[in-house]
Design a protein around this ligand. Structure first.
Ligand code: SAM
Length: 212
């Protein structure tokens, strides 16, 4: 079992600087999707290859995974995908100061680390302040997708997002059809594992309803 990375450790205070979106993607006018905690980036590689009419950004705190993903990206000529290493919270703090544009059409937090112990809940990626920062880079009416195979974590994320007033839960029986960034319904690595082990998958979609 892999050791979880403590996002509050001093090491992650130093962050990679993110270039301007125009320097990242060949066509910066395309809709952009951000996947937070993208691990090896396999999900994003598949998305970027299949959907040339979208740009994809991945953030991941495990440095080795991002080094490998960046190397793989260099070997292949994919111009609609970019990876950023670091603690997502610190990256967003910097991002909103550098680039005030609301560039994201959608974002996903797929199967985040649960940090089960109460004293470790502060290490969870989704915190009220993080959500406010994320909202600042999301365009109006953009969508936020969450998935987890841990019901307690799902409930935690759901109540946090539902309590903000910035987002409204989308009441749609078929949530998958809202994944315009993922028309082929590609699964993340953890999602494939959860399906193979017949674990329940809890998911929700929220629309940004306040223009910040
Ligand atoms: C359980 S894995 C899920 C990976 C992938 N989203 C999936 O569904 O297969 C959670 C990922 O989030 C990353 N992560 C955890 N905290 C993070 C943070 N604060 N910033 C960026 N990534 C983080 C972990 O290193 C790990 O790769």
């Amino acid at each position: 079992m892999r050791q979880h990375v403590n996002p509050l450790s001093k090491y992650f205070q130093e962050i990679e600087s993110i270039p301007k979106i125009e320097q990242i993607f060949k066509n910066s006018g395309l809709p952009t999707h951000l996947d937070i905690g993208c691990a090896s980036g396999e999900f994003l590689f598949q998305l970027a290859e299949k959907n040339k009419n979208w740009n994809y950004l991945g953030i991941e705190i495990r440095e080795k995974l991002i080094i490998n993903a960046k190397n793989k990206l260099k070997e292949q000529s994919i111009d609609n995908l970019y990876f950023i290493f670091g603690n997502a919270d610190n990256l967003l703090k910097n991002w909103i100061v550098q680039y005030p544009d609301r560039i994201l059409k959608s974002a996903s937090i797929n199967f985040p680390d649960p940090w089960f112990k109460k004293k470790h809940h502060k290490r969870r990626i989704l915190q009220a302040e993080f959500l406010n920062r994320l909202a600042l880079i999301m365009s109006n009416q953009s969508l936020l997708f969450i998935k987890s195979d841990v019901e307690e974590l799902y409930q935690y994320m759901n109540s946090l997002i539902s309590n903000t007033l910035i987002f409204e839960k989308v009441k749609n029986k078929n949530l998958n059809c809202l994944e315009t960034f993922n028309p082929s319904k590609i699964k993340t690595e953890r999602e494939k594992y959860a399906i193979s082990k017949q674990l329940p998958i809890f998911q929700a979609v929220y629309k940004k309803i306040i223009n910040l």
